[in-house]
Design a protein around this ligand. Structure first.
Ligand code: Z5A
Ligand code: MG
Length: 208
């Protein structure tokens, strides 16, 4: 007899700098897993649809300014406000895919140079720990050549270099690093092959 937690859905997270292909690959993994009969829900952070998310949206579009500490805490609050729903879905056997998570939270904030890693990690401590983190690695110069780059606050090559360095510093052996400078279908196949081999463990909390 297996504890019900072992029948839960899995939590897959996609991380990386702007325009590395996260949203494209989230959708690809979702449809591949649905194709083999899994129920899958996709979340994007920031979720700009909530009250907190609408402030984040204004900040990213440079319509308002906020202290680095304040915007960091809003990004974190934007994750906490969905945690109960996500836990429920996972326990009901739904697979959850996240387009960005707490790792973006810390890397973008630390890259500003005003906040420490320790300070940035603290407010996300206790959110649900992912079963797998796909890090789509791409050079900011190459990302810059992709469509849609350059309109929002952080979309500056020099800043993206710092963000990428932070991702590379915080990643550990549990991350699956993917070279994102390849054709979309090749990346999707590599991700799917890895995703179906991730085993279920007891649900854990991040950084606890
Ligand atoms: N942020 C933060 O500071 N703190 C936090 O806690 C969180 C986020 C959660 C908004 O994020 C900002 O919020 C973000 C971090 C910060 N920084 N900025 N600016 P977002 O997720 O809403 O937006 P984004 O990451 O800037 O970009 P994006 O548009 O979502 O990029 P993407 O999802 O990684 O890429 P994509 O949409 O899949 O693809 C981009 C383009 O490239 C598109 O035209 C594709 O067709 C093309 N593409 C995709 N794959 C390929 C390949 N393999 N080859 C060639 N072209 C490709
Ligand atoms: Mg995206």
């Amino acid at each position: 007899f297996d504890p019900p937690e072992l029948h839960r859905g899995q939590l897959f997270v996609f991380e990386g700098i702007d325009r590395c292909g996260k949203s494209t690959q989230c959708e690809n993994l979702k449809s591949s897993l649905e194709g083999v009969g899994r129920t899958v829900v996709l979340y994007s952070f920031p979720n700009r649809e909530t009250a907190i998310g609408s402030v984040i949206d204004k900040y990213l579009k440079k319509e308002i300014d906020l202290p680095d500490q304040a915007i960091h805490l809003l990004f974190t609050a934007n994750r906490w406000e969905t945690m109960k729903d996500i836990q429920k879905m996972l326990l009901n056997g739904v697979t959850v895919i996240m387009d960005r998570y707490a790792y973006s939270g810390i890397c973008y904030s630390v890259a500003k140079g005003t906040l420490s890693l320790l300070w940035c990690k603290a407010p996300d401590r206790g959110i649900i720990k992912p079963d797998c983190i796909f890090f789509l690695d791409l050079s900011p110069l190459k990302a810059n050549r992709r469509a849609g780059y350059g309109e929002e606050r952080y979309e500056v090559i020099e800043f993206q270099e710092k963000v990428r360095d932070q991702f590379l510093k915080i990643k550990d052996s549990s991350w699956k690093v993917i070279n994102a400078d390849k054709p979309t279908d090749d990346i999707a196949a590599e991700i799917y092959d890895h995703a179906v081999r991730v085993n279920n463990r007891k649900m854990k909390k991040l950084w606890i």
